[in-house]
Design a protein around this ligand. Structure first.
Ligand code: NAD
Length: 455
């Protein structure tokens, strides 16, 4: 038996022993994860700096605090989530106990992406632990410093009998996917997601897919353009645009564009100075390969660069860039950008902008910036997407009360807060029945007569 199978076998034995089930065990593991983060904050910061040159604030906000919040939320709600949910009864079930029982799925596999390399492993793991599962996590090999840190810290703080880290790239992950798991939770690209689904089909394993795509930001009606530029630029250039929920492109009228571009220029200068390459608040692209992909996209674009455009290969740097006169067939409009390039497409009316969005794959997030609540409502009601946020970007994913996930090409299933617990639980419909009222059952037993129909 190979090393990966040995690990999964060990976790399966632990799961069968029932050790991961008691509320107290789950709580202790969640508390251990709190300690992991508290006691290793500097090491997390260092790893993220090595992998992505992430500024401290961005690491604290999007990797540490978000996980801490979810941990606190899970710890304080665990008991309630685990309670049986009693359902309505009818005359025939009046004497029975009828309830939904949340049960763990078993041994689950969590595969993470590199752009938020800690969060994308620990947040699903909170759901898996809360629901009583054992879990193998597979961090991304593309962010090696964080991968190494997780491989060291998870077994040190959490129960090694129930949770394991398996590292590796494509080949190792392919081998891992040959093993039967009870659920696969995958965060990554649409192309790899297809391979995950194919591998899962062999064992009929249920799958959650947290994918990407092009998240539109519509800007229509009256609004404070300077405030809009700040919120848009923050959401777009946080982690240099390497966020699955970053606004991918803007749709607005020509008049709005004329006000927006100078407002964005001013904002970017305030955020990152006139030389963003020297700004400590600007992270870096993950690799030279990702840098080259973005440069190629930009070079092939027929649009006009009005802000930024500078690049430096050795630093994996691309300046925060805004491109206008972008047509829907442009190189920037084919794939998810996932970098610091913001195309602006001019579409005069809100109705046409909605049609533009609806003609494409369903995005992970959809943003509308407007002071007019009718505009916001129209976009909310006439489009669909994984998540929705008006007058800001990305912030909706920080609230544990909201489910986070995509639909269609941006993914299937969701997590965060209770939704993570649900994703990793089986809802077992239970009816506890005694022997009372046996006389009434005569009505359903053969031999059937017309009077049976009164049952
Ligand atoms: P990726 O699909 O290349 O890799 C994701 C994981 O899959 C990694 O752990 C990798 O080792 C593994 N993998 C890669 N190729 C594989 C193969 N052939 N077989 C099996 N496993 C394989 O994605 P990425 O580049 O790490 O992440 C970027 C993508 O993830 C973007 O599309 C982004 O939008 C998306 N994303 C989505 C979310 C979300 O929550 N919805 C969050 C972050 C990133």
């Amino acid at each position: 038996m190979d090393a990966q199978s040995e690990v999964v076998k060990r976790l399966r034995e632990s799961f069968r022993s029932g050790v991961s089930l008691p509320e107290n065990f789950r709580r202790t593991q969640l508390e251990a994860m709190v300690a992991l983060l508290r006691e290793n904050e500097q090491r997390v910061l260092d790893a993220m700096h090595q992998d992505l040159a992430k500024p401290k604030f961005e690491v604290v906000l999007s990797e540490i605090d978000i996980v801490m919040n979810e941990l606190r939320f899970a710890i304080s709600n665990l008991k309630t989530w685990m309670m049986p949910e009693y359902v309505g009864k009818n005359l025939a079930t009046k004497m029975d106990d009828c309830f939904v029982r949340r049960e763990p799925l078993g041994v689950v596999l969590i595969i993470g992406a590199w752009n938020y390399p800690l969060q994308l492993i620990l947040l699903p793991l909170i759901g898996a632990i809360s629901a009583g599962n054992c879990a193998v996590v597979k961090p991304s090999e593309v962010s090696p410093a964080t991968e190494k840190l997780l491989a060291e810290l998870i077994p040190k703080y959490l129960s090694p009998a129930c949770y394991a880290v398996l590292c590796g790239g494509v080949e190792e992950t392919k081998k891992l996917l040959e093993i039967k798991f009870d659920h696969i939770f995958f965060t990554g690209s649409q192309s790899v997601a297809r391979k995950i689904l194919q591998a899962a089909a062999v064992h009929l394993t249920p799958v959650t897919l947290e994918l990407g795509g092009k998240c539109p930001c519509l800007i229509y009606g009256d609004l404070d353009v300077q405030a809009a530029a700040k919120r848009l630029a923050w959401a777009k250039f946080f982690n240099v645009g390497q966020s699955c929920v970053a606004p991918d492109y803007v749709l607005c009228s020509q008049k709005m564009r004329e006000a927006l571009v100078p407002a964005l220029r001013k904002t970017l200068e305030t955020f990152y100075s006139s030389c963003p390459q020297k700004s400590p608040d600007m992270a870096r692209l993950i690799s030279q390969r990702h840098w080259a992909r973005l440069c190629d996209m930009l070079q092939r674009s027929k649009g006009t660069v009005v802000i930024g455009g500078e690049t430096a290969e050795e630093e994996k740097y691309i300046a925060p860039t805004v491109v206008v006169d972008v047509k829907e067939t442009d190189s920037l409009m084919v794939d998810e950008i996932f970098g610091p390039i913001l195309p602006i497409i001019t579409i005069e009316t809100l109705g046409e902008a909605i049609n533009f969005v609806n003609a494409r794959e369903k995005p992970l997030a959809l943003y509308i910036f407007s002071d007019d609540s009718e505009v916001v409502t129209a976009v909310l009601e006439r489009t669909s997407s994984g998540g929705f946020c008006s007058n800001d970007g990305m912030v909706h994913m920080c609230l544990p009360g909201l489910p986070f996930g995509g639909m269609g090409a941006s993914g299937m299933g969701n997590y965060h807060g209770r939704w993570g617990f649900e994703t990793f639980s089986h809802r077992r419909g239970c009816m506890l029945r005694g022997w009372a009222l046996e006389r009434i059952n005569v009505l359903r037993y053969p031999p059937y007569t017309e009077s049976n129909l009164g049952w």
